[in-house]
Ligand binder design. Structure first.
Ligand code: NAI
Length: 501
């Protein structure tokens, strides 16, 4: 097998669509001779021109040196048909997402290239092992899964199928690096790493909205302001398109043997069935005009109440005491008239007030686990007297923050979402889908998460994250919330969450 660092290393990209063009661009810019082929011969020259146009625009913006652009141009070749790729050292396939099409093509590729030529697929959902079935030399087949738009998305998943040899994985990793990508090695499992890892963010948000705990706008605001996600899950679903994320959710869920952790909710099906796919149809979770969301309901509580000045605390955590002090509230013994407040972890207002035998009507729970400088989530039990909640909200608002008031929910919104994202990250580490650090890196680069899922567990505190899940599990009696053994063991042993098994 030729060394990937060789100056004449040659990559053939098959399929000159959206992905193939991006892959060919980074390959040519990475200094490799790049051959671009498509079944539709008419599109290849045009594709090459589009790629060169994009590189030239980067030159105009000062992001690429003119000399580097000229080198990329001379590296990039549009070729007429498959027979012209015989010299390739590596083939990257980016054709239609259809197993039969890919298998037929892989057979044709094998008939043309040398026996030591690597053949990789950019499929986003087809198991690499089942594509490799078509080949005589299965050990040379792997996955090289890029993200759209390729030149901007640094991550590439190197997929290790059942028979991919270690040499091929090492070479694909080097090829990814030569393309100036950040490669992570991933097992050939449904959705690979990023698409699987992203399930919790959408599926838990859908569940929260389905239960009526919070509206999509409220969930989005909490995830942006308190947890620093660039986009809320509903905004993200509208952007990627519910026509894409709904079927993908189903494929991955079934691929993981109907694991309830990643099960979607009926409100997702309803959006899909209604053809409300998001931005592309003008209506998804939000309504769009000229590409902008319109008539977005406010996520903020605007109470018509005087700010509380005195409260009674139901727990004595440092967070709550510091927060109350910051708001300038006087803390008194419960006299039967003041709001009773607490900052619970994992549990809900109902269970907390019943367990503590306090008046649920006056009880207000605050989520103080994440960033509270912009927004604070308040939660009450059914039957609560909103006058107490609104007085607490008014005091929080007077401190310059916004308030989102939700229905009762173990773990509010943010704790629940982050615990589920983190638990899924732990599951991926547990089953060896990828190395713990790579799981974080992939979700940071592939989905723009502010922190990878394991880092998110660290941020919550390993024991606190476990507590959130255990409370969710106990209160809901649903398998969906069962903590992973990875998380449990590290919490029990007081070990960092990234500790390998
Ligand atoms: P596309 O529809 O834009 O392009 C596919 C191209 O393949 C077309 O130009 C078509 O003429 C060509 N083609 C089809 N059959 C062929 C064959 N037998 N031989 C040669 N060329 C053939 O598709 P896109 O979006 O570029 O996707 C390509 C692959 O990349 C799919 O497997 C997809 O799942 C995967 N992918 C797509 C992502 C995306 O966001 N679009 C992200 C990551 C992976």
């Amino acid at each position: 097998m030729k060394s990937v660092s060789a100056s004449d290393y040659t990559v053939a990209v098959i399929g000159a669509g959206a992905m193939g063009q991006g892959i060919a661009q980074v390959s040519a810019q990475g200094g490799m001779k790049t051959l671009l082929v498509d079944a539709n011969a008419a599109v290849v020259d045009k594709a090459r021109q589009s790629i060169l146009g994009r590189i030239n625009r980067l030159v105009e913006k000062g992001r690429v040196e003119p000399g580097a652009a000229a080198a990329a141009e001379s590296n990039l070749h549009a070729v007429g048909n498959l027979a012209d790729i015989a010299e390739a050292d590596c083939v990257v396939e980016a054709v239609f997402e259809d197993l039969d099409v890919k298998r037929t093509l892989f057979r044709e590729i094998e008939a043309v290239v040398r026996p030591d030529c690597i053949i990789a697929s950019n499929t986003s959902s087809i198991p690499i092992s089942s594509v490799a079935q078509a080949c005589e030399h299965k050990g040379r087949v792997g996955g090289l899964h890029f993200f759209n738009p390729v030149p901007l998305m640094k991550l590439v998943e190197v997929i290790e199928a059942a028979e991919t040899t270690p040499e091929v994985i090492a070479a694909l990793t080097e090829i990814g690096k030569r393309m100036t990508r950040v490669p992570v090695t991933v097992k050939d499992m449904p959705g690979f790493l990023v698409n699987m890892g992203g399930r919790a963010f959408t599926s838990e948000s859908l569940r929260i909205a389905h239960e009526g705990v919070a509206t999509p706008t409220q969930v989005d605001a909490i995830m942006r302001d308190c947890c620093h996600f660039r986009m809320g899950p509903f905004e993200l679903m509208d952007l990627t398109g519910i026509d894409v994320n709904y079927p993908v959710s189903g494929i991955i869920y079934r691929g993981y043997m109907d694991d309830p952790r990643i099960k979607t909710s009926p409100n997702h099906t309803a959006k899909f069935d209604a053809g409300q796919f998001g931005r592309k149809t003008g209506q998804g979770w939000y309504r769009y005009e000229d590409g902008k969301a319109v008539d977005v309901p406010s996520p903020d509580l605007v109470p018509d109440a005087a700010p509380a000045t005195r409260v009674a605390l139901m727990d004595e955590g440092d967070r709550l005491e510091a927060f109350v002090k910051e708001l300038g509230l006087e803390v008194i013994e419960d006299d039967g008239t003041v709001p009773l407040i607490a900052a619970p972890i994992g549990t809900d207002a109902t269970h907390l007030s019943v367990d503590a035998a306090v008046d649920p009507k006056r009880f207000v729970a605050l989520d103080l686990m994440f960033d509270t400088t912009k927004r604070v989530t308040l939660m009450t039990a059914p039957g609560a007297d909103f006058k107490y909640r609104d007085a607490v909200a008014a005091a929080v608002i007077a401190s310059g923050r916004k308030v989102t008031a939700i229905k009762d929910s173990p773990g509010f919104v943010a704790q629940r979402m982050c615990a589920m994202i983190g638990n899924l990250g732990c599951y991926m580490a547990e089953v060896g889908l990828a190395a713990p650090d790579d799981i974080d890196l992939a979700l940071e680069l592939g989905l723009n998460y502010p922190h990878g899922p394991l880092k998110l567990i660290n941020l919550m505190g390993v024991e606190e994250a476990l507590e959130v899940l255990e409370e969710l599990h106990e209160i809901t009696a649903e398998d969906r919330y069962r903590p992973t053994m990875w998380l449990k063991r590290r919490a029990l042993l007081e070990l960092p969450i990234h500790t390998p098994s």
